[in-house]
Design a protein around this ligand. Structure first.
Ligand code: B12
Ligand code: SF4
Ligand code: SF4
Length: 316
């Protein structure tokens, strides 16, 4: 019933008993044991997951895993008399909105049940429950709908009628395609093994605090989004029918842009800037590094010439 209701609003979802948690932990630990997972990356990004029911919800019986379509967002900065249009890729801006949408649909269906957000490696769960297939780029693809989805997972006290817990599967289209591997600027996607080298991914580097400079081997022309990276999804033929309209986000004035670039130190702008950033799922921690890198990656437009409008071919 819940799965069908979610499907009716365009969300692919599956239930799984909480007994699968042990298996999720084993999947991650096996890669660590084999030495495939980089230890620093594991400590930074994966060590905070907890593979048990929460203390506040010990009698949770199952997990609901969901994939929700997520659009990219346009963010405009004004600098030296010209607008600079940038992109926030899918999944950054809408975490609360996505969770609220899934929760509202579940509550409408079963108001007496309890739901609590879970913090788990959600691609592994979504793959083994059949919500997604893995692309060679290691991103989750909803069959026929593509990769531009945010994944989320909730504990609930509803008993799972059946748990499908299959093997992780690759998108059949990837068997004869290497486009993402060829396009990745940082050689993150490999021929000889499935697991990407996440520690080299542009996203891993540009989500770090701004005080961490990009390593020298990152080419300046490869920066393509305010945070994250869209290259391996944009070149993917399986996504060709999944392109979404870019949603308008926020516009930063000349002063606010200079403030974010660190050129203009007037903390009275801080609250407004923070509010705008929050609207698109960001905060000041990635500034000025990412904006400077993005500006340096663009062809020069001349002093008063406006940049071209967001071109999906270039930016998304
Ligand atoms: C850590 C993390 C990162 C890291 C590492 C990414 C990675 N691939 O692990 C960094 C910072 C690099 C990153 C980057 C991005 N991320 Co990220 N990230 C996460 C996070 C927090 C955990 C992912 C994780 O568990 N990694 C650990 C590895 C070991 O797990 P895994 O990739 O699933 O690996 C499995 C497979 O390799 C499989 N496997 C092993 N061998 C084989 C062999 C075969 C044949 C097969 C099929 C499978 C298989 O086993 C592994 C374990 O089960 C999740 C959120 C969450 N709570 O889960 C978001 C998440 C995965 N990220 C997401 C996104 C969108 C991105 C970016 C596109 C950035 C962006 N937003 O623009 C890039 C994409 C980079 C890429 N090519 O994967 C989305 C993905 C949505 C989707 N449709 O899949 C998530 C789910 C966030 C969300 N809530 O929606 N991310
Ligand atoms: S670009 Fe090709 S290999 Fe990469 S995920 Fe898409 S279909 Fe698979
Ligand atoms: S997100 Fe960018 S850097 Fe990371 S694997 Fe994809 S193309 Fe490579």
């Amino acid at each position: 019933m819940i799965v069908q209701e979610l499907e009716n609003v365009g969300i692919r979802a599956r239930f799984a008993s909480v007994t699968v948690l042990k298996s999720v932990l084993e999947d991650i630990q096996a890669l660590l044991g084999d030495g495939e997972l980089n230890r620093e990356f594991y400590n930074d990004d994966l060590s905070a997951f907890t593979y048990t029911t929460p203390l506040t919800f010990c009698d949770a019986k199952s997990l609901i895993v969901a994939a929700v379509p997520s659009p990219p967002i346009k963010v405009v900065f004004n600098h030296q008399g010209r607008p600079i249009e940038t992109l926030v890729p899918p999944t950054y801006a809408d975490s609360k909105e996505v969770d609220d949408r899934v929760l509202a649909t579940m509550r409408r269906c079963d108001p007496s049940a309890r739901y609590e957000r879970a913090y788990l490696p959600v691609k592994t769960l979504a793959s083994r429950t059949g919500v997604i297939l893995y692309g060679r780029n290691n991103i989750g693809y909803v069959p026929e709908r593509g990769s531009y989805h945010r994944l989320t997972v909730f504990f609930t006290d509803i008993e799972a009628k059946e748990t499908i817990w299959g093997e992780k599967e690759m998108l059949p289209a990837c068997k004869t395609c290497w486009k993402c591997l060829q396009a990745c600027p940082n050689q993150v996607i490999l021929e000889e093994r499935f697991l990407i080298r996440a520690e080299r991914c542009l996203t891993y580097l540009n989500e770090k605090p701004s005080g961490d400079p990009f390593p020298d081997w990152v080419r300046k022309e490869t920066h393509n989004a305010l945070v994250g990276c869209t290259i391996c999804q944009r070149v993917c033929p399986y996504n060709k029918n999944a392109l979404m309209d870019v949603k308008d986000g926020v516009v930063f004035s000349e002063q606010e842009t200079s403030f974010l670039l660190g050129d203009f130190n007037d903390e009275s702008l801080g609250a407004n800037v923070d509010h705008k950033l929050k609207k698109v799922g960001l905060d000041r921690s990635i500034f000025p590094r990412n904006l400077k890198a993005l500006m340096a990656s663009r062809p020069h437009h001349g002093p008063n010439q406006p940049s071209t409008s967001v071109d999906q071919g270039n930016l998304f």
